[in-house]
Design a protein around this ligand. Structure first.
Ligand SMILES: [Zn+2]
Length: 398
């Protein structure tokens, strides 16, 4: 099959009168209608704006419908799973053909049902439950301890290098695609702070060694500079949130070829509307305190040439619903000095770096996941919400 496009965003460049060929669900050759020979069936999108399918490099396929952490621990797994299936469908509608889930107890099952062709959804790569130290970001320390150790939380607790190794091995046994760890405190956790480092060097090293031994990348929730540094120095592959990325951590990201996933979208929504959606007071306070530094961090990293991927941290409630994930692309443009083409690259080629598969831009060997947009994002970035057709592996799915 070959696809003729009006304007083609490949994820690396923008091509007028573009063409790419597809074989066995994967992209073969990409160029212009003049330079690439068409073979087999022609898909005529020659009057359309074509882009790679979007990737959300940081979300939670958790089926949450409230911002109140109490609801997350008292909800049932069956309800969460059913709602996560609906969310997967919404993501596909919005042009997201791949997502990286970084903390959920239902995403592995949803992934398997999508892979089996039983339900519709994007390609899902998941960490399963994330891993936190006791009293850390993933420990729900506003609740009784046994709710976390025995309940259906997003995180598993591990303390000491030996336990970290065991829990990392458990994630591999569960069928996780990557590991998600917490090396700082956070916004929605009550008793810690984004600037507090969490896990020792020995613990991070143990987690990373066990993951890398079996080919799993490691993502770290890391907001303050000390915890970002600790993650990078011990081999973590992606830095999530990064409120306080300073010159030293920028250099470390470049040196280690790490990817930075800032998750501007959740912060934006918490600040704009969090109060009326039940975000706890400590969350609102910490989000306000971090906001300015957060945008500065992204601009600093971008100017230095750090690889920055689009990720929303959306979980499913009305404030941060799946289906509105293109907000991250909009914010990269309006708040962080990205051009529309750079924002599309962040949500395709660069986001593809965070998962262990051939996804990302329309480039030779990648899965042929692509979408059409109703107008050109170069004119107005809001075009990224106007997804008309969605193709996954060369097949039309929307
Ligand atoms: Zn998250």
């Amino acid at each position: 099959m070959y696809v003729d496009c009006g304007t083609l965003y490949t994820g690396a460049s923008v091509v007028d009168d573009g063409r790419f060929t597809v074989s066995d669900g994967r992209v073969e050759t990409v160029g212009t209608q003049e330079s690439v020979a068409g073979e087999g069936e022609r898909l005529d999108l020659s009057t359309e704006i074509v882009a790679p399918g979007f990737i959300d490099a940081h979300l939670h396929l958790k089926g949450a419908r409230s911002m109140d952490p109490m609801a997350w621990v008292t909800g049932t797994v069956s309800e969460d799973a059913a709602r996560a299936v609906a969310d997967a469908d919404s993501l596909l509608d919005a042009g997201f053909t791949t997502v990286r889930d970084v903390g959920s107890d239902v995403a592995i099952g949803v992934r398997n049902a999508i892979d089996g062709g039983e339900i519709a959804g994007p390609r899902v790569f998941t960490s399963g439950r994330s891993i936190s130290q006791t009293g850390g970001h993933g420990d729900m320390h506003m609740f009784p301890r046994e709710w976390v150790t025995d309940g259906a939380g997003i995180s598993t607790l591990a303390d000491g290098a030996d336990e970290c190794r065991r829990v990392a091995r458990e994630r591999h046994r569960d069928g996780a695609d990557l590991l998600k760890i917490m090396t700082t405190g956070g916004v929605l956790s009550e008793k810690d702070d984004p600037n507090e480092p969490q896990f020792t060097d020995e613990e991070v090293t143990a987690l990373v060694e066990e993951a890398h031994r079996v080919g799993m990348p490691v993502a770290s929730h890391a907001q303050g500079s000390e915890g970002i540094k600790r993650a990078l120095e011990n081999g973590v592959d992606t830095i999530e949130h990064g409120f306080h990325v300073d010159d030293e951590t920028v250099d470390l990201m470049l040196e280690t070829d790490a990817t930075f996933v800032p998750t501007l979208a959740i912060m934006h929504r918490i600040l704009a509307e969090g109060e009326s959606h039940g975000v706890p007071e400590h969350g609102l306070r910490k989000a306000r305190a971090a906001s300015e530094a957060h945008y500065e961090s992204v601009k600093r990293a971008k100017a230095a040439g750090v690889e920055i991927a689009a990720g929303t941290d959306f979980i499913g409630p009305e404030l941060i619903p799946h289906g509105e994930n293109a907000l991250e692309l909009e914010l990269l443009v309006t708040e962080a000095d990205f051009t529309p083409a750079e924002a599309i690259a962040a949500a395709t080629t660069t986001a593809g770096r965070t998962v262990p598969d051939d996804v990302g831009g329309l480039a030779t060997g990648n899965h042929a996941d692509f979408i059409t947009l109703g107008s050109d994002p170069a004119t107005a970035i809001e075009a990224v919400y106007d997804v008309e057709r969605v193709y996954k592996g060369g097949e039309r799915v929307r």
